[in-house]
Design a protein around this ligand. Structure first.
Ligand code: ADP
Ligand code: MG
Length: 471
């Protein structure tokens, strides 16, 4: 009978689904019009009931007559290895409205909104609810938009409104440490939960995924592992570069990826590099990473850094003098996590020592805070100090204007940038009104000459040097 059922089912589902969900089923026995089948896990049972209940009902009735019903025998997950105990779950396949004998009518909703409502209270067999593992603080609301994240953010937003329904599948977000990959990945998950409460969303780090897989191999529950991941609607995997060199993990992820992608489920991945630069990842996975959209997160601009600090201050309910906020934003340029860390330590310091947060305290703290990471004064910061000193708007310094007082301030800024940063001459020039490297060299020479010949000028330079260097 089951074989007949299978051939009907085969014609009604995709090849992949058939292989995944029907081939592993074993017919156990048939009593009257009740057929008992064995399924590998609770997930499996729930999946069948959620996705194939109509088909199963039709098929069973066709083969076993109008009273035909199906019983599942689930191999208990926890005892899988120890004693292979199996457990029967009787599932009425008759429709609620069509139930003749009310005593078998269960509060069981076929294809109910919230997925399966399991009416059976079975000791030891818990209904599996997938906890999304999302951090509510990492929302879109708390994610400051800037030029640096515009593409990734809007692609994330699109995916969140139509998971699985955009060309961005997978959506791969990549970028350096502390630039917001994890935050954005959570934001997408949270937004999907808001828009589509019935979708099963799961955030998992690659480390955790790998560990779970290793455990499943050890416990001989690989099938459960795979089935679990295959029933997720939106799978978010953070830091996939961690899969590098882990062949077995890549293998199982490859199959899960394929299954999800084929069934229209959404994948969101993050990595520290774009696929072309990833090492130690199998080609076939890399090529799949490129199927959808790869969007990068870049280093935020000064304005975005300030906006991020302000947002953070707002959510923490604190206020800081503008000059302190600017100073932080000027000093920590390439890692948002450090930027936030500096802000938090500053607040902690001030409340600990009952000092108010002044620029001096900020300077003192920043120096301790960022001591171990290679840090240099930024060109932006030099420009700001020079402009403050000469009372010029910074826009003028960055412009092409040849006004005398601006030209000299600009030359001084170039001189300090050359001395105090590792920036190339070309980069310094680009920051200072789009000048080329020869102009920068010329500026340095001019300033050096003036230092040697003009005492007043040398005083300016000494003054400025003290102000710029962060001690
Ligand atoms: P990554 O995963 O890329 O290393 P995270 O997502 O952990 O970086 O981000 C580091 C910190 O910076 C987090 O606290 C995060 O909330 C914050 N952050 C990153 N990008 C933004 C942004 N655009 N707006 C607000 N906070 C951000
Ligand atoms: Mg991260």
């Amino acid at each position: 009978v089951w074989n007949n059922c299978l051939s009907i089912i085969k014609d009604n589902v995709s090849h992949q689904s058939f292989k995944t969900w029907f081939e592993p089923i074993k017919p156990l026995n048939q009593k009257g019009s009740t057929l008992t089948i064995q399924v590998p896990s609770q997930f499996f049972y729930e999946w069948l009931e959620e996705h194939y209940i109509t088909l199963l009902k039709k098929t069973i009735k066709k083969e076993l007559g109008p009273n035909g019903s199906l019983e599942y025998s689930i191999i208990m997950e926890n005892n899988y290895k120890n004693n292979n105990k199996s457990l029967s779950v009787k599932v009425p396949t008759t429709n609620k409205s069509a139930v003749k004998n009310p005593s078998v009518s269960m509060p069981y909703e076929v294809g109910g909104n919230k997925g399966i409502k399991n009416p059976f209270i079975i000791p030891g067999l818990k209904k599996v609810v997938v906890e999304s593992q999302l951090n509510p603080n990492y929302s879109f609301e708390n994610f400051v938009e800037g030029e640096c994240n515009r593409l990734a953010r809007s692609a994330g937003y699109a995916v969140a409104s139509k998971p699985g329904g955009t060309a961005f599948n997978p959506l791969l977000i990549y970028g350096g440490v502390g630039l917001g990959k994890t935050h954005l990945a959570h934001a997408i998950g949270i937004e999907i939960k808001n828009n589509h409460p019935n979708k099963t969303v799961l955030y998992v780090s690659s480390e955790k995924f790998t560990q779970q897989f290793i455990d499943s191999v050890r416990n001989n529950t690989q099938n459960d592992f795979v089935h679990f991941y295959q029933m997720i609607d939106v799978l978010i995997i953070d830091d996939v570069q961690f899969f590098a060199g882990k062949e077995k993990t890549q293998d199982v992820f490859f199959h899960i990826f394929n299954h999800l992608h084929q069934t229209g489920k959404q994948l969101v991945l993050t990595a520290d590099k774009p696929p072309v630069e990833m090492q130690g990842i199998e080609q076939r996975l890399l090529s799949r990473f490129k199927w959808g959209l790869s969007a990068d997160l870049q280093v935020p601009s000064l304005e975005t850094r300030i906006a991020i600090l302000q947002k953070k201050m707002y959510t923490e309910g604190i206020e800081l003098p503008n000059e302190v906020v600017e100073y932080l934003a000027y000093s920590i340029t390439s890692n948002i996590r450090e930027l936030e860390g500096a802000l938090i330590s500053l607040i902690a310091q001030s409340s600990l020592n009952k000092k108010s947060i002044t620029l001096d305290l900020a300077k003192e703290m920043i120096d301790k805070f960022v001591k171990n990471t290679a840090r240099e004064v930024s060109i932006d910061y030099i420009q700001k100090v020079v402009c403050d000193y000469f009372n010029l708007p910074i826009e003028l310094l960055k412009s092409k204007t040849r006004k005398r007082e601006v030209v000299q301030a600009r030359q001084i800024a170039m001189f300090f940038a050359k001395q105090m940063t590792k920036s190339s001459l070309a980069n310094i020039g680009a920051h200072c009104g789009g000048k080329d490297h020869a102009t920068v060299l010329h500026a340095c020479k001019t300033v050096n000459n003036l230092i040697d010949t003009d005492k007043r000028f040398r005083n300016y330079i000494d003054d400025l040097e003290k102000k710029i260097s962060i001690q």
